[in-house]
Design a protein around this ligand. Structure first.
Ligand SMILES: [Zn+2]
Length: 120
């Protein structure tokens, strides 16, 4: 069975692999990143097999794709600091849920700065 198109983040010609649901779940900040420049989402992609990146949905976005691990670390570390949780308190498979509960979205700004918008 083919993955539904909305699971597919094949936005860049060099993104070789269609992300299935299991692979998508490995992207901690999926559905949270938003391009401040283009006003569209950033999406998970694989630039090479198992080389995870996030990239703007707009192919002509001026910002380069970012390594997923780096983005996730930057978001997660700020969440941990703000909420005063021990890193180990939230298991890996619960972290996406914890982030979406706390964050409205994460704006990707010029200079690839991440601006975290917390729920009020
Ligand atoms: Zn963009």
């Amino acid at each position: 069975m083919k993955a539904p198109m909305d699971e597919v983040s094949l936005v860049h010609a060099n993104a070789l692999h269609i992300l299935d649901a299991a692979l998508r779940r490995r992207f901690l900040v999926r559905d949270l990143l938003w391009c401040a420049t283009c006003d569209v989402p950033w999406v998970p992609i694989l630039l090479r097999p198992m080389t995870r990146y996030y990239a703007c949905h707009n192919k002509s976005c001026p910002h380069p794709a970012m390594p997923a691990g780096l983005v996730e670390h930057r978001v997660w570390i700020r969440f941990v600091r703000l909420h005063g949780v021990d890193n180990c308190q939230i298991p890996r498979d619960r972290r996406h849920e914890a982030l979406t509960d706390a964050l409205n979205r994460v704006l990707v700004c010029p200079g690839l700065l991440l601006r975290l918008e917390w729920w009020e």
